[in-house]
Write a protein that binds this ligand. Structure first.
Ligand code: AMP
Length: 984
């Protein structure tokens, strides 16, 4: 009996066992042939005392052995290639005593495929041979009694694909064999997960080289990324994995499975391998979150990646500053305090046009131009143009970002400003057409300008012969949109241009259109009578020419100022956009005038600090004004005392209606009015040094002549501006000039009423006289007023010139009272008799001469403010030759051109700009023709805006400081001169 060391019944994972004799309970009862004397079933005990079945045969002595042993039917269970592992012992023929040549040491292994699991008999010839099996070197030693046997293990394989199962057969041909165990198995590629795809347990292919392609299926909570495939190799190994799956969003791969993200984590994009913590301001409340929800009041835009923190709409833009330039508005602002955690901020502008004091606001028309655009603004600046003139607008700047849509709280993200555009001249007249054309006339008609920018007061038609120079034009004015031009020459081509005028001044002329008059029957040359006529007319023409030349020369001699005056008026008429002053009392409703020219200010923006004076209608205070979107400024606040009459209110506000029409560095600037609540107030710029007369008295003798002339120049410049606008001041006096901290003098006091409650200096008096002009209040400042204005109230720019002469005297005498303590009546009498004020102490002769020129009895002989300004400029340029006092050498008249070294050659415009910190505008100003320092003195706000110096503070700086710096430069020159003109 054999004792076999049985192996543990553990099969490799990639093998499927079809038969194992060791595990078969009971006997095998395989079919043996011959049934007797051949294979014999023998039960033996293995090492664990478990019985096992073996088959043995040992007919080594008999020749021609053919002993068959056939297994039961073995189902192949899908296997295509089966493996037969045979453990056997085989007696070495040599070890058998007395055997002859019949002893064999091999046996044969056969198989037969069949669907029949109960075949009784199978012909031996039907079996197919798998192999002849011999013992080889690989054996295990087995103790058999006192001998050691070698346990062989041989494995053979064969393809079984045709039937459901098969039978195996062992043919012994005369050996001494014991089949210790037979195991039949097939190989599989075991179930596996690769790249998140499950591959099932798969039988290997039929051939030893075959690869079985297997498609995997994605594990739970995953999806195919690329079709997962692998090949099952013949030896049960998985080969060449292709494709695979990825975990669904909200899940991550861990040890080959997809696990849900835990609370507070998410996996939102498939490219992320693992779950990640919720970004700031978001959360996830359940496992497996594909996205973290935003916390309340935080949002995500559609394009925001889920990995981005949740964000908020921005807060409102800050510090909105507006700048009105005629019908354009520039808005600038700063970025919001809170950007909401995003960088995609943009701004948009809402434009509302308001009627009736913001009660009724409607969206602006399509005509308004937004530069660079209305919405999607990245920069914090926008310019609106083509607005209606003198109209109230509300602009709202809205800040948005990617999460504003739908979440915007509206007001929280916006800032608004309400403002009124300035007056602007009308746009040019278009489509001029000729109706009736006759020999001597043309009827013209035209359309209203596209943008009238106000009520059109009149049209001006300019026309001239095409062949003549444009300078020989004629002008016709009309209130309607048509004009009958008469007095034209027959058969002549004329050019016509039309422009409109509103309260804001003239617009530009239209482009010239030409029309020809009809033919006129001309006298035939050669006709005797007509020749005489022709001769007569020629000689008559010559005489006419001579007469007019003579008249021209005489008038030039007689009125050296009047021609210049007309020139300037002509110039003014031809200069488009020159404004003409509008008398507020021509308005039926004076309140309308106030709101036409003055901005209504919300009283809450005004902070009153202290009382600085008493005006005609109440206290004058200083304080601060902070308009929405503007920097805080110091202001003077004139208030209307309580218990006023309607008339007083109108008179009080008329000053604002007048002042609001002016824009000049030497005219006090109106900031606005408060009329909608009490007290009614007029807000102007604050002039730190108060009125000029008091200021001079306080600083008696402190200034150089040049500094005093500088003050006079400023006043003259302001007065020139007023006279250019056809405004007659009527009360020009040092007490009505205000001085600011830069010592710039500005003309003020535009009140028409002269009803003074108290007049300590007895400056005004009443004279009951009639005339073309009349002072509404009837009171006249006698000492400052020209004789014709006192006598018959003829107030003209020339009467202002007279007053200017008196102001010159006041300035040069440091605030002395004109005519000292003479009575008004004595003053009138003295003037009438030809007496004039003498030069104040140390007053240069030329200045006194200029005063005397201003005090010419014949008003047309007085200089215009343009001339006065030119003279003072010359004087400032040539102080060495002009500023001599009475005791010095004879002086050239200021009215004559002065030759001498001009300080422009030693000091340039550039130096001047550098000195006031405005050097950056050197090129701008030079290109625009402002090359000399004195040319800078002529600059106005409008000039600067037109050449591109738009920053208001820079404009103010240039206007305020150029004059000062030039004067102090002159002073330095003077101080270096041996014969100093400075008063001691
Ligand atoms: P008025 O009613 O204009 O004559 O003003 C009365 C006084 O108030 C003047 O004499 C000045 O002293 C003072 N005052 C008026 N306006 C201003 C101003 N804009 N800045 C400083 N002081 C002013």
């Amino acid at each position: 009996m054999f004792t076999v060391i049985s192996a543990a019944r553990v099969y490799p994972p990639n093998e499927g066992t079809l038969l194992d004799t060791r595990t078969v309970p009971g006997e095998l009862k395989w079919a043996a042939s011959p049934t007797e004397g051949g294979w014999e079933e023998v039960s033996i005990m293995d090492e664990k005392n478990v019985p096992i079945r073996t088959y043995q045969v040992c007919n080594v002595m008999e020749p021609s052995q053919s002993n068959w042993l056939r297994t039961d039917w073995i189902p192949r269970s899908g296997a295509q290639r089966i493996y037969v592992e045979i453990k056997f012992t085989l007696r070495d023929c040599n070890s058998l005593p007395g055997v002859t040549g019949t002893c064999k040491e091999t046996f044969n292994l056969y198989y037969y495929e069949s669907n029949n699991d109960r075949e009784h008999y199978i012909r031996e010839s039907n079996f197919l041979k798998i192999d002849t099996v011999a013992a080889d070197e690989s054996f295990t030693q087995v103790d058999i009694g006192d001998r050691i046997m070698k346990l062989n293990t041989e494995v053979r394989d064969v393809k079984v694909t045709t039937r459901k199962g098969f039978y195996l057969a062992f043919q012994d041909v005369g050996a001494c064999i014991a089949l210790v165990s037979v195991r039949v198995f097939y190989k599989t590629c075991p179930l596996t997960v690769r790249n998140l795809a499950t591959f099932p347990d798969t039988n290997t292919g039929a051939d030893t080289s075959s690869l079985v392609e297997v498609r995997g299926s994605c594990v739970n909570q995953s999806e195919e990324r690329e079709e997962p495939k692998m090949y099952c190799g013949a030896d049960g190994e998985w080969l060449v994995p292709i494709g695979g799956c990825v975990c669904n969003l909200g899940y991550e791969e861990k040890s080959g499975v997809c696990q849900a993200c835990t609370v507070g984590f998410n996996r939102a994009v498939s490219t992320d391998r693992a779950c990640s913590k919720c970004p700031p301001h978001s959360h996830s409340e359940k496992e497996g979150a594909t996205v973290c929800d935003c916390n309340p009041a935080y949002y995500r835009s559609e394009s925001d990646p889920a990995s981005m923190p949740c964000t908020q709409p921005p807060s409102a833009p800050q510090q909105l500053i507006s700048e009105v330039n005629e019908t354009s508005v520039v808005l600038e602002w700063s970025a919001p305090l809170r950007l909401g955690g995003r960088s995609d901020i943009s701004y948009s502008v809402d434009c509302l046009l308001c009627h009736g004091g913001a009660q009724l606001c409607l969206p602006c028309s399509q005509d308004v131009l937004f530069s660079p655009q209305q919405s999607g603004l990245r920069a914090t600046r926008v310019c609106m143009s083509e607005l209606q003139a003198h109209t109230r607008y509300t602009f709202t700047i809205l800040a948005r970002n990617g999460v504003s849509q739908g979440h915007s709280a509206g007001a929280g993200q916006s800032v608004s400003v309400t403002l009124t555009t300035n007056q602007a001249a009308p746009s040019p007249v278009t489509s001029i057409q000729a109706g009736d054309v006759t020999r001597h006339g043309v009827s013209l008609a035209w359309q209203q300008p596209d943008r009238p920018n106000g009520v059109i007061l009149e049209y001006e038609v300019k026309y001239y012969e095409k062949d003549q120079k444009e300078s020989s034009y004629r002008i016709m004015k009309t209130a309607s949109r048509s004009a009958d031009i008469t007095g034209l020459s027959p058969l002549t081509v004329y050019l016509f241009q039309v422009r409109a005028r509103t309260a804001a001044g003239y617009g530009e002329f239209s482009g010239p259109v030409e029309f020809s008059t009809n033919s006129d029957p001309l006298p035939l040359i050669g006709d005797a009578a007509n020749s005489t006529l022709l001769l007569l007319s020629i000689s008559g023409g010559v005489i006419l020419l001579l007469i007019s030349t003579a008249v021209f020369i005489i008038s030039r001699r007689r009125g050296k100022y009047s021609q210049a005056k007309q020139d300037s008026e002509e110039e003014k008429h031809l200069n488009p956009g020159v404004r003409i002053y509008v008398d507020p009392f021509t308005y039926e409703d004076p309140d309308q005038a106030v709101h036409e020219f003055a901005k209504e200010i919300d009283a809450s923006y005004i902070h009153i600090e202290k009382v600085i004076g008493i005006g005609e209608f109440g206290e004058v205070c200083s304080g601060r004004l902070r308009l929405q979107g503007k920097r805080e400024i110091f202001v003077a606040i004139k208030s209307l005392k309580a218990a006023y009459s309607n008339k007083q209110r109108q008179d009080f506000l008329s000053e604002a209606s007048i002042m609001g029409q002016f824009d000049h560095p030497n005219i006090i600037r109106l900031e606005g009015v408060v009329t909608r609540c009490k007290p009614v107030m007029i807000i102007t710029e604050y002039m730190e040094n108060g009125s000029l007369d008091a200021f001079l008295r306080k600083h008696d003798g402190h200034f150089t002549v040049i500094q005093l002339v500088g003050k006079l120049r400023g006043i003259a410049s302001g007065m020139k501006y007023l006279s250019d606008m056809s405004y007659v001041h009527r009360d020009l006096a040092a007490r009505n000039i205000l001085v600011n901290s830069n010592l710039v003098c500005k003309v003020s006091d535009f009140g028409l009423s002269r009803v003074l409650q108290e007049d300590p200096e007895n400056a005004y008096t009443t004279r009951e006289v009639t005339g073309t002009y009349h002072s509404p209040g009837g009171k006249i400042p006698i000492r400052w007023t020209s004789p014709e204005a006192i006598a018959y109230r003829k107030f003209t720019p020339s009467s202002d010139t007279w007053s200017y002469g008196v102001v010159m005297w006041e300035v040069m005498s440091y605030g002395e009272r004109p005519y000292w303590d003479m009575s008004n009546q004595d003053v009138i009498k003295a003037i009438d008799e030809g007496y004039r004020l003498p030069p104040p102490m140390d007053c240069p002769v030329c200045l006194h001469q200029l005063m005397l020129d201003c005090w010419q009895t014949e008003r047309t002989h007085r200089p215009s403010f343009t001339q006065i300004l030119n003279m003072l400029d010359k004087l400032i340029r040539n102080p060495t030759t002009t500023l001599r006092t009475g005791g010095d050498r004879p002086v050239p008249s200021l009215l004559e051109p002065v030759v001498g070294p001009e300080f422009v050659s030693v000091w340039s415009a550039e130096d001047c700009l550098q000195a006031i910190g405005m050097g950056m505008y050197r090129d701008t100003l030079t290109t625009a023709g402002y090359t000399s320092p004195d040319s800078l003195l002529t600059l106005t706000h409008q000039d600067m805006t037109s050449i591109g110096i738009i920053t208001p503070s820079h404009q103010d700086q240039i206007l305020a400081s150029v004059q000062q710096v030039l004067l102090s430069h002159m002073q330095q020159i003077q101080e270096q001169m041996p014969d100093s003109m400075v008063p001691v």
